[in-house]
Write a protein that binds this ligand. Structure first.
Ligand code: SF4
Length: 221
């Protein structure tokens, strides 16, 4: 098997590389993430992966494409559905395209490691792309090793990002944390249910809650 592993960042790759190698599968990492903003963050994640790949002696292909302008133009009218309607297909289609043109017979992605990504949707999309491009999709539920991978990434001193990638996810993540801090200060546990009820009651001092954060909380209801 010649596997091209789309890799979103070094920390998410730790467990994936480890378990694939345990199965005697040697992945080639493929960096293509024009969804990561701003540029300083893009460089921090990219450079961390470059160094990590060297330490693990794993091949890494860099498809450098910082894309704030293009990303924003394409999601402007679909901010709350941007992951499914633009970001996942944009990145994963490119991975299959590259695999097909460069002799890889199988594709997978470290997005299947994150407990914060839309796992089932990604797997379905990968299945469809595999059929379209005639390149196999290797499914693994890498989430099983979430804590192990995170612990190893921290121990290795890797750069640990605080949000998914795009500027909108940065806003959601930071405002979500601020809501949590305010709730804790008032002695309220910041569970999703509690956050949801506080947002619904519009009792968040001075914070404008992003639409996508409201949507994702209502999805979990
Ligand atoms: S939240 Fe993450 S997956 Fe969704 S659009 Fe932003 S970068 Fe892409």
């Amino acid at each position: 098997m010649k596997l091209l592993l789309h890799t979103c960042c070094a920390p998410c790759s730790v467990y994936c590389i480890k378990t694939l190698r345990a199965e005697k599968i040697e992945p080639t990492l493929y960096w293509y993430n024009p969804n990561i903003h701003p540029y300083t963050e893009y460089k921090a994640r990219r450079n961390c992966l470059v160094e990590y790949a060297k330490t693990k002696k794993v091949e890494l292909i860099l498809e450098d494409a910082y894309g704030l302008d293009e990303f924003c133009k394409n999601v402007a009218d679909k901010i709350t559905t941007r992951c499914r309607d633009y970001c996942y297909p944009k990145r994963l289609r490119q991975v299959f395209q590259y695999a097909k043109e460069h002799g890889f017979d199988t594709v997978s992605t470290t997005l299947l490691y994150s407990i914060y990504q839309q796992h089932d949707y990604i797997a379905e999309l990968m299945d469809k792309l595999a059929e379209e491009f005639g390149v196999a999709f290797l499914y693994r539920d890498f989430r099983e090793g979430w804590q192990e991978g995170q612990d190893e990434a921290r121990a290795a001193g890797l750069y640990m990002q605080k949000y998914c990638g795009c500027v909108f996810s940065e806003e959601e993540s930071m405002i979500g944390r601020e809501i949590g801090r305010k709730m804790l200060a008032k002695g309220v546990s910041p569970t999703n249910a509690n956050v949801r009820s506080i947002i619904e009651a519009e009792k968040i001092d001075g914070l404008v809650v992003p639409g996508a954060l409201k949507k994702s909380l209502s999805r979990e209801a």
